[in-house]
Ligand binder design. Structure first.
Ligand code: MG
Length: 238
């Protein structure tokens, strides 16, 4: 029997047979020429203003914008995206304050929260600053320490690249947990990690899921430290 006569099968998981000419092509996306967002990205901060962000009460984001970056104004409150997202790829850059204040969780603390305040990827100045393992930079807070600590010195820019697969609910029932992959400064710190539930838990408490809509906003945390941010963009993953 020649190759062309052999039976051909559709792979149930993909809905297509191997090397299927009928399978739709991926869209072409132009990568940035140097650093920067690819052509299909949603830009959340391009260095100019905080127009894509708001305070918790919906008023304009109050943090300080300067020279292509913005900075937490301590005690002003966290900021949130105006738009809502499900699964996504996120790029963000941050720098810890040069002036060292506090230690452990008190030094250069901020965070990226998905779904408003539910799931935190920690931002912390852990350059020669230890704290509990599941609270250091690159951690899924209170659940999963990063594989390694890849933080740069205070004042130097760090890059976060995060692939977030949103949890799936059927009514109140969890169908699939969130899965997250995180690179800090190009180093994998979370590799397809299963998120065990919300991260706003206290020492010794168990994480658990509470159902929420398919899309939610992203929060950058005001934890009383003047952390800086720049070059923030994401791509929605269907
Ligand atoms: Mg934090």
């Amino acid at each position: 029997m020649s190759d062309s006569e052999k039976p051909k099968f559709i792979i149930p998981e993909t809905g297509y047979m191997a090397q299927d000419p009928e399978r739709p092509q991926p869209a072409y996306v132009a990568p940035a020429i140097e650093q920067g967002p690819p052509s299909d990205a949603t830009v959340l901060f391009d260095g100019s203003d905080l127009s894509h962000w708001r305070m918790a009460d919906g008023s304009p984001a109050k943090w300080k914008v300067e020279d292509g970056y913005f900075e937490v104004i301590p005690k002003s409150g966290s900021i949130f995206t105006k738009a809502e997202f499900g699964s996504l790829q996120l790029h963000l850059e941050f720098a810890s304050p040069v002036e060292l204040q506090g230690q452990g969780q008190g030094r250069g603390n901020s965070g990226i929260f998905f779904y408003e305040n539910r799931y935190e990827v920690q931002i912390l100045d852990n350059y020669e600053n230890p704290t509990y393992a599941d609270g250091i930079v690159g951690a899924i807070y209170s659940q999963h320490p990063p594989l390694v600590n890849a933080i740069r010195k205070p004042g130097e820019w760090n890059t976060y690249d995060i692939v977030w697969q949103a949890p799936v609910f059927d009514g109140k029932r969890l169908v699939a947990p969130a899965i997250i992959t995180v690179l800090l400064n190009g180093v994998v710190v979370q590799a397809h990690t299963k998120v065990l539930g919300g991260t706003r838990i206290k020492k010794g408490e168990l994480p658990h899921y509470e159902a929420h809509p398919a899309e939610g906003c992203i929060q950058l945390q005001d934890h009383n430290n003047p952390v800086r941010f720049r070059n923030i963009w994401l791509r929605r993953l269907s």
